[in-house]
Design a protein around this ligand. Structure first.
Ligand SMILES: Nc1ncnc2c1ncn2[C@@H]1O[C@H](COP(=O)(O)OP(=O)(O)OP(=O)(O)O)[C@@H](O)[C@H]1O
Length: 233
């Protein structure tokens, strides 16, 4: 049987809320297998971002384990966890978070060079990925010189630049109009498939969700398989 590339086990996360405690995740499990695209859906505030942040090793949960390629990462020393996050995990957010003083090409080169790649190799990979995202004519544009959809496509190329095994995307098209959202999602879908990257994508967009291989949702702090029923949420 294929081993999951990302495995989350028994994740607990609560936040202080006034005098009490808001339990968001209460023992949540997720398995993502190589090459698949899994949707994470559910109402606002249900815990999708909380799950993605913990799975992406950005935030320590109160309890639980996160395995990347079979290796538990939350208990690792900070520097090892950072290296795994850099080399194995790509993140895309609703807002692109590109560095505004750098060009599209440089934005995609930076994470590669931080990971130790030389400038020439990083540039060639940046050009390849930006070309795949339909941005061959935008290499030297800065974020302010690009449309929202173009900026988000650069952010996707950047997230894939270090050949991660898993891409975690938090409403990657949530800030775009419906037509641009569909195009950007299409490119995200095609490129993750082509590069063999597994993806967990939080979205409110049920049309995009219908293209995913599987859907998960958060219910009472647990992650469960989601089978759409009428009326949908
Ligand atoms: N740092 C924090 N401190 C306190 N409460 C928080 C914090 N982060 C998240 N929460 C709360 O945890 C709950 C889950 O938030 P989360 O962002 O994971 O939901 P979500 O499903 O991603 O929502 P959305 O679809 O609106 O992005 C919310 O009620 C939120 O207010």
């Amino acid at each position: 049987m294929t081993r999951p590339v990302l495995s989350v086990r028994g994740l607990h996360r609560s936040y202080k809320s006034g005098a009490g405690l808001l339990k968001v995740l209460a023992g949540a499990d997720v398995d993502i297998f190589p090459g698949e695209m899994v949707g994470l859906i559910g109402p606002s505030g249900s815990g999708k971002s909380t799950m993605l942040h913990a799975a992406g090793l950005l935030e320590k949960p109160n309890d639980g384990e996160v395995f990347i390629n079979g290796r538990e990462c939350l208990a690792l020393p900070d520097d090892e966890r950072t290296a795994i996050r850099r080399d194995r995990i790509g993140m895309v957010y609703q807002f692109h978070h590109l560095q505004k003083e750098f060009t599209a090409e440089e934005n995609v080169m930076i994470p590669q060079m931080v990971a130790g790649k030389g400038a020439r190799e990083a540039k060639s990979e940046a050009r390849r990925l930006l070309g795949e995202m339909g941005l061959a004519e935008r290499l030297t544009h800065r974020p302010s010189q690009m449309s929202g959809g173009e900026q988000q496509r650069v952010a996707i190329a950047r997230a894939l630049a270090n050949k991660p095994q898993v891409l975690l995307a938090d409403e990657p098209t949530g800030n775009l109009d419906p037509a641009t959202s569909a195009t950007v999602f299409d490119q995200l879908y095609r490129l993750t498939r082509q590069e063999g990257v597994a993806a967990l994508v939080a979205t409110h967009n049920m049309e995009l969700a219908s293209y995913m291989d599987r859907l998960l949702t958060v219910r009472e702090g647990l992650i469960v398989s989601y089978v759409p029923t009428l009326p949908s949420y």
